[in-house]
Design a protein around this ligand. Structure first.
Ligand code: HSE
Length: 403
């Protein structure tokens, strides 16, 4: 019998309890053992829940119970969750988490601690909700040098962009819908400002390239600057606006990671990823391009990923899913995105196209209206582009995905 404790009975924690309850027999058949949910830690009581009898309020009950070998941390944030995770690992318990903030900020330290204690720290659910990506990246693609990872990593923003295009909803109404569906973080700032996607690309890049990449090292732009006009432009010229997290290994071995809205051609499979769905495209030097697609948020999809980690541990799978060589080494391994050329959509007020054309060698007009010129500029150094636009009355530029 394997005893499990869940920390935090919110959307994901309650999803884990539900799937364990509903699919318990099926899961036990897969692992040839009994899995018992012994405790649920939360500050609240849940008198109407079928799991009410399992609720405890004091973490030390779980910490000191030798029967509990697996702790599922679904609290979120990096305060209590960090303290409880350290204590659980110290107590010799494996920890499974859906908490991308914690993994992105403290993954290296917690993996090291787990290794010292001979237990596992697993986080399949921290990226892409229900999509299997951590274990495939770390095991199935382990023979590859990873060249690039590009992902639609945030369900809430993808949902908002989809609803703006399809239903003509305002940004605020689309956000309200996403919150009502349980996709958005408690504070939606993390979603709409790109921090959530940033944490996820940090985790993927750290795994793929073997060095911890911290959120503070990754330039991040969300979708709050995206207007209905941008969305309409993208739609009218056969492109989709998508918030992408990217990590690219440059020829000198440095990694360029960032999060920003992009215009994606309709022929690219990422453009067809709609609603709350996420997709992660990986390019390896042996496999070429491979894409992982599925529900990137929500209680049951995320619970599916959490429970895959439980199953991995109960089956006695490779400790820490074979994650090795994830080191913590400053920022010499990081490239500056401003050193590279991009194509982008620019919108500049108070200039006609003839004036814009003088600023950029290679550009094409999109529209001139209401005193604003929109143009596509090609093969421009991103640092130069930033410098030019900073002296003008310009909207934030939007990159095109083909570079
Ligand atoms: N708020 C996140 C999202 C939840 O919208 O993708 C899953 O990490």
């Amino acid at each position: 019998m394997v005893n499990v404790a869940i920390l935090g009975f919110g959307v994901v924690g309650s999803g884990v309890a539900e799937v364990l309850d509903t699919n318990g027999r099926h899961i036990e058949g897969k692992v040839d053992d009994l899995i018992r949910l012994k405790y649920i830690l939360d500050v609240r009581d849940f008198p109407d829940s079928p799991f009410a009898g399992k609720v405890v309020h004091d973490f030390s009950v779980i910490e000191q119970d030798p029967e509990v070998s697996i702790v599922v941390e679904t609290i979120g944030g990096a305060k209590a969750a960090l303290d409880f995770t350290r204590r659980a690992l110290q107590a010799g318990k494996s920890v499974i988490t859906s908490n991308k903030e914690l993994v992105a900020e403290h993954g290296c330290e917690l993996l090291r601690l787990a290794q010292e204690k001979g237990v596992s720290y697993l986080f399949e659910a921290s990226v892409g909700g229900g999509i299997p990506i951590i274990r495939p990246l770390n095991q199935c693609l382990a023979a590859n040098e990873i060249e690039e990872i590009t992902g639609i990593l945030n369900g809430t923003t993808n949902y908002i962009l989809t609803r703006m295009v399809r239903a003509g909803l305002s940004f605020d109404d689309a956000l309200r819908e996403a919150q009502a569906n349980g996709y958005a973080e408690q504070d939606p700032t993390a979603d709409i400002e790109g921090h959530d996607a940033c944490r996820k690309i940090c985790i993927l890049a750290s795994l793929a390239f073997g060095r911890h990449i911290y959120p503070r090292q990754v330039p991040t732009e969300g979708i709050t600057g995206v207007t209905l006009a941008d969305v309409a432009y993208a739609d009218s010229c056969g492109k989709k606006l998508k918030l992408l997290g990217r990590a690219i290994r440059r020829t000198d071995g440095k990694v360029c990671a960032y999060v920003a809205p992009h215009l994606v051609d309709r022929e690219n499979p990422l453009s067809g990823v709609e609603d709350v769905f996420n997709a992660i495209a990986v390019r390896g030097n042996a496999i070429g391009d491979v894409m992982f697609y599925g529900r990137g948020a929500g209680d049951l999809p995320t619970a599916s990923a959490v429970l895959s980690d439980v199953i991995e541990i109960v089956r006695g799978g490779c400790r820490n899913a074979g994650i090795i060589g994830w080191t913590d080494e400053g920022d010499a391994h990081l490239a500056d995105r401003r050193d590279y050329d991009i194509h982008a959509l620019v919108r500049i007020k108070g200039m006609d196209f003839a004036a814009v054309e003088k600023l950029f060698k290679d550009c094409e007009p999109i529209w001139e209206k209401d005193g604003e010129t929109a143009a596509l500029v090609y093969n421009v150094n991103e640092g130069e582009l930033e410098k030019i636009l900073s002296g003008l009355d310009a909207a934030p530029y939007i990159r095109m995905f083909d570079c």
